[in-house]
Design a protein around this ligand. Sequence first.
Ligand code: ADP
Ligand code: MG
Length: 246
Amino acid sequence: EDENATGRSHHRVTTKGYNVPECVATFEAIRDRYGISTLILSNLSKNGYSHPTGIQSYGIPILLESRDLAAISPTGTGKTLSYLLPTFVSLRAPSASADVDCGSGVRAIILAPTRELAHQIHNECLKLAQGRKWRIVLFSKASANTFSDKAVRDKVDIIVSTPLRLVASLQSGSLLLNNVRHLIFDEADRMFDREFLPQVEGIVASCTHPSIQKAVFSATLPANAEKIAMDILRDPIRVVVGLKDT
Ligand code: ADP
Ligand code: MG
């Protein structure tokens, strides 16, 4: 176990796992190391994001190095961007554009326990993707229905959904997850309880791409939820951001 102080913030960051990538202090450092399009970089500053938060400094390199991640960081510390930025960087280009051969069907799934939260995440996606033709779908009954058209579902890049909504489409056969490369659980403590577990397991089993990356984000991860996370993740790195002296 190795401990690092972030210096700038009031948070203490602890990491656990092998070969933990070095954290980054600036978004420019992320660009220099991994490549971020000028557009996304300018969307960050447009939204007033000048420096990565603690969980972003640690989480973004881990995800960009294709590792699985369990990230525990308090509410309001910027967990959303921690997974959105790497997702956009990894996907490289929208499915609808000709300059990338990425297979067909949705490539990233972001799951949230409630519709309101899924809606907020979708809005963050749109802000970050502004100016580029990503197809980012907030799953609802209506948007799910458009997936009966193969031409529509093949061009979708990212789906934001609750587990229940997604499972309904999986069961109707209108949605295939075999090309999903990034599966993200936000507010995982609320999804890894008994109520959602069968749905979560069904979704994980449907994501059959061999190089899928999975990540779990939460403000807290009680022992039972942590156990489920560790069953789902493969050789994960665990990052915990905590208040100092707590
Ligand atoms: P969490 O999911 O950890 O509760 P959010 O992702 O919802 O946190 O972010 C909390 C707030 O902080 C949001 O208003 C978001 O726009 C803002 N935020 C996120 N990252 C940064 C950053 N690097 N710089 C400034 N503000 C940020
Ligand atoms: Mg959040």
